[in-house]
Ligand binder design. Sequence first.
Ligand SMILES: [Zn+2]
Length: 441
Amino acid sequence: MEHSHAAPRAAADVDTDKLAHEMTERFRQVLSTRRMNELTSRSLSRPSSPAPRDFGTPQPPPMHNAPPSYSSLRNIPLVPQAPQDARSLRFKNMLHSLSNMPLRWENPGLLDEALRVVPLEQIYNEAEEESQILQAEAESLGEGKKAAWGYQDCVVRALLRWFKRSFFSWVNNPACSRCYSPTIGVGMAAPLPDEQARGANQVELYKCSVEQCGAYERYPRYNDAFVLLQTRRGRVGEWANCFSMLCRAVGSRVRWVWNSEDHVWTEIYSLHRKRWVHVDVCEEAWDKPRLYTDGWGKKLSYCIAFSADGAMDVTRRYVRNSNHSLERNRAPEAVLLHIMDEIRALRRNNMSKQDKFRLEGEDMRENRELRSYVISSIAHEVSRMSVDDIINGRSRHPRPDPDAQKAAEGRTGGASEWIRTRGEGGRGTPNQQNPRDQHPR
Ligand SMILES: [Zn+2]
């Protein structure tokens, strides 16, 4: 973490600095226009009277009227603090328990075994072809241009397509296995010994909708990625779990990202781009971190990434502005920092000094990346203010955001399916949780 180490400046800093500089310039222009307008309105009113907004009348909202949640993201504290109240302790225990998920995939024997279900030749051929195309594209753009993605990234992209299109299926209610009719949920059942042995702690029970049949159907929610290779079905928890494990099996570094509004997804580390990349297998989405907010109109509070060698609060990658942030009230920000440090330390306990140093460097680079999203979001807000808003000193009516529209158009059937399953009405509606589906895993 940056707060505990004085780091040498790296090249990535320069971009952030440039952004910060541009932002400062833009701010300066807006503020200067505003000052000019104030001066003008003052000179137009009676010379002796102050401008009306100086007192009495209601104040316009401040330029960046962000709720506490996003401003807390903007001002992440520098000094971590141990949890001191029951609520923070509960959050800590929960995060520690969630952080174990990626450790379950670290089993070389099982990972080798897992590759038997993957059509490796097809995947490597597709990856080879795609990476050659990307390389050719880069070369056509001029000397020294870098391909958009590296070979290993293309391997994961091919794996993603295969997993979504040919391997795993999405199941809300399992069909009746006696007459193939739809079923109706009737609650939870205790897991049978063999279900429990295969890692299902929860079993949903369904009843056939055909009166004369009336058969019951069990839907064990398996937690074990290796068992899921056999069952090949589930909702978002099963999808993310099994797919992330397979990314590990093909040799990528992988993260399991937990979101407090009941979603999970994957991040893989791109050696080519030297950064973590968002991957949502249910949506076949690659590097679309704004999918949930700009795309689906969801509001998020926490997105925490766990890997076998670390943990990181990556919310700023997924929540780029205050419209999409929910209040972060599970623990003070300084406590969350402390918990992240603690999990990282645990995971790196037995590592060599060099490995720890390398990972710390990576964390610092990522922190800079996450900070740059905040900076560019502020710059973006400023650039979207219309002349009227500037004159009136408000930012209430931003022009439509073309990026958001693009992201919204990119919505897939899977996305709406996901929203429907969760009983969410789609864009702009508050998050609701389906009580049966509180645990996405
Ligand atoms: Zn039936």
